[in-house]
Design a protein around this ligand. Structure first.
Ligand code: B12
Length: 220
């Protein structure tokens, strides 16, 4: 099969969440192909496509999750080759994303993370019940661009404020884009606590992260 045909097959198998087809396609060329090309021209278009379709409401969460899972299975084979080649994937920005202290709700966070990955963000998933200092330490260690905080309860959203206050206290506030979200969170709350943005949808969350990172790169 020629390159173009192979990449089309890879992209379609990611879109359809067909891991068997994807892995067979990768394995058939893994020893001679450029690993970066396999990701960027083979798998990424499929993932981007499914992210766009999800944004338009043309596919739903299970399809998005299956595509992301298939992509990750492909990466397991390609990543070691990529590491050996010394080439790096171009990433839109780095996000550390967690649910705040004493809050175990993770579903919304996971949806946003999946979509962010489809758009090319490098996301570190901190999990749930993450302490205020934990968010900041992980962001520092990862040299993140964005700290994203999810909170699903009126009793836990106050930790979002604590994290932003802690960043200010440490003189680190300007180093990060601070995004907040989750059921009880709205624009008013985001503004009140000095966050940079919020959204009540995964698509909106990704758009706001893209916009704020682009502004930052332009120096606004
Ligand atoms: C599923 C669920 C659970 C599951 C969580 C499983 C898991 N691993 O996540 C379980 C059963 C464990 C659970 C436990 C509890 N829950 Co509960 N739970 C829910 C439920 C039904 C759905 C939440 C959900 O997943 N929604 C779907 C996702 C996709 O939506 P989302 O989280 O809002 O995320 C979207 C946006 O908000 C946004 N977003 C999310 N995060 C972020 C972050 C950023 C940065 C951005 C930009 C955007 C963004 O994008 C997402 C995608 O669209 C809600 C009710 C409801 N209808 O919301 C109650 C609810 C959140 N739970 C509630 C409560 C009270 C509890 C318990 C205290 C119950 C109890 N008495 O034990 C415990 C709390 C445990 C704890 N300490 O955290 C209350 C909170 C009330 C309040 N206002 O404070 C709710 C609202 C139910 C209710 N009406 O009373 N819960």
């Amino acid at each position: 099969m020629d390159k173009e045909g192979l990449y089309k097959k890879m992209s379609a198998s990611v879109l359809e969440g067909d891991t068997d087809v994807l892995l067979a396609a990768i394995n058939s060329v893994i020893n001679e192909a450029d690993p970066l090309e396999l990701v960027q021209d083979g798998m990424m278009p499929g993932l981007k496509n499914v992210g766009d379709l999800f944004g338009k409401g043309d596919v739903f969460l299970p399809e998005l999750l299956m595509a992301a899972e298939t992509f990750q299975e492909g990466m397991k084979i390609i990543e070691p080759k990529l590491a050996m080649s010394g080439k790096k994937l171009e990433k839109l920005g780095k996000v550390v994303f967690g649910t705040v202290l004493t809050d175990v709700h993770e579903i919304g966070k996971n949806v946003v993370i999946t979509l962010m990955k489809t758009r090319g963000f490098d996301v570190v998933d901190l999990g749930a019940n993450v302490s205020t200092t934990g968010f900041v330490e992980k962001a520092e260690a990862a040299e993140a661009d964005v700290i994203a905080m999810s909170a699903l309860m009126t009793t836990t959203m106050t930790y979002q404020k604590d994290i932003i206050d802690y960043l200010k206290e440490k003189g680190l506030r300007d180093n990060y884009i601070a995004l907040v979200g989750g059921g009880p969170v709205n624009e008013e709350w985001a503004e009140e606590i000095g966050a940079d943005g919020t959204s009540d949808s995964a698509v909106g969350a990704v758009e706001i992260a893209e916009r704020l990172i682009a502004n930052r790169k332009r120096g606004n």
